[in-house]
Ligand binder design. Structure first.
Ligand SMILES: [Zn+2]
Length: 362
């Protein structure tokens, strides 16, 4: 309809009814845009952007890019792949046609990474490291290499580096012993640890030569299916870990960013899983798949002590960056030790936005 014809039509409407007509148009347009898809409430991304101080930087059939002063959000249409402040995030539900996003993803994947967590977490003093597998459980095996050996060696390296920064560090195992999965977060809970970091290395069943890079997991939101390969369904109730899921996501985001940037490896996403070691942890908890043993190049690096040292340094940076976002300022002496021991990037993209004054759409 061209402008002249539209104006002509409006001229035909009694002026007394105009406000009513506009109200009806606005209401009908809003109702038509929001949707209920796959049992989920979906909201227009453009509306969310407008209400939250974001600009639609580009919008095509394949991709929607939202930006503000400190954040850049990229969503692929018809896909659960998103990129939030430089890190790939696997959403719980795909972006649907018409640039709609599930309200669950807005609440559990976007907002926790764009807005600083409040109340702030307490300062991290004790970190529980969980070297995956052990004893009768070798984990992934490639040739004569067993995952359980390398997770323990990485944990030792990480423990040394974290201790130098003044953290208390505990391990769920410090020998080649079998520890039941539920016992691992229980150890961290009993000790009142502030963070739980489980360490693993991955193996691909197919395309072994091409799949590489780290993945960082945190707990699946209630009402969503997991994004690991075994992916449990969405009909799973809340776990202890869901109480602190926003902080776990923020930790996973900082960790994945640090691993990808510092190790110069492929970004295989922040993902969600109800792993036994994650779901019962009462503190922010993540599981790092540090890379693929089945990839010939990455496998060789994982078996190399120098590379594991670099990986441990990247994990330390992820923890320190998370701490800087969420915890109260460091006491001066510990801050000085931290600065000397580790070069921390000045700008941290995630979680740095202030919550806008405008009301969030419900
Ligand atoms: Zn494993």
């Amino acid at each position: 309809m061209n402008q002249t014809r539209r104006a002509g039509k409006l001229r035909g409407v009694n002026r007394n009814f105009l406000p009513l007509v506009f109200l009806c148009l606005a209401f009908c347009a809003g109702a038509a845009r929001a949707a209920f898809i796959n049992s989920q409430n979906y909201a227009p991304l453009a509306d969310w952007a407008g209400a939250n101080g974001f600009r639609v930087a580009s919008l095509s059939r394949a991709e929607i890019v939202l930006t503000n002063k400190s954040s850049r959000l990229v969503f692929d249409t018809d896909s659960a792949d998103a990129k939030i402040n430089g890190v790939n995030i696997r959403l719980s539900f795909p972006i649907s046609k018409g640039a709609l996003i599930s309200q669950l993803d807005l609440d559990t994947a976007v907002k926790p990474l764009v807005y600083l967590q409040k109340p702030l977490a307490k300062r991290i003093t004790t970190i529980c490291l969980d070297p995956g597998h052990g004893g009768k459980d070798p984990g992934n095996r490639v040739g004569w290499h067993s995952e359980k050996i390398y997770t323990l060696l990485l944990a030792f390296e990480l423990r040394d580096q974290l201790k130098k920064l003044g953290f208390n560090v505990m391990l769920t195992r410090s020998k080649d012993t079998f520890v039941d999965l539920p016992e691992r977060p229980a150890i961290a809970n009993r000790a009142g640890a502030d963070l739980f970091v489980s360490l693993h290395f991955n193996a691909a069943l197919n395309e072994k030569d091409s799949v590489s890079g780290p993945e960082t997991y945190c707990i699946t939101p209630v009402g969503a299916a997991s994004s690991n390969s075994q992916g449990e369904g969405a009909d799973h109730g809340a776990t202890i870990a869901n109480r602190v899921e926003d902080k776990s996501l923020l930790l996973a985001h900082q960790m994945q960013r640090s691993l990808v940037q510092n190790l110069h490896v492929e970004d295989r996403d922040v993902r969600r899983a109800r792993f036994a070691v994650l779901r019962d942890a009462a503190m922010p908890a993540i599981l790092i798949e540090g890379g693929y043993m089945t990839n010939p190049t990455e496998g060789k690096k994982i078996y190399d002590a120098n590379y594991r040292k670099q990986m441990a340094a990247a994990i330390v940076k992820g923890i320190v960056n998370y701490q800087r976002l969420t915890a109260p300022p460091l006491p001066p002496d510990l801050a000085a030790t931290n600065r000397q021991a580790i070069k921390i990037p000045a700008a941290i993209p995630s979680g740095t936005n202030k919550i806008p004054a405008v009301k969030h759409p419900q």
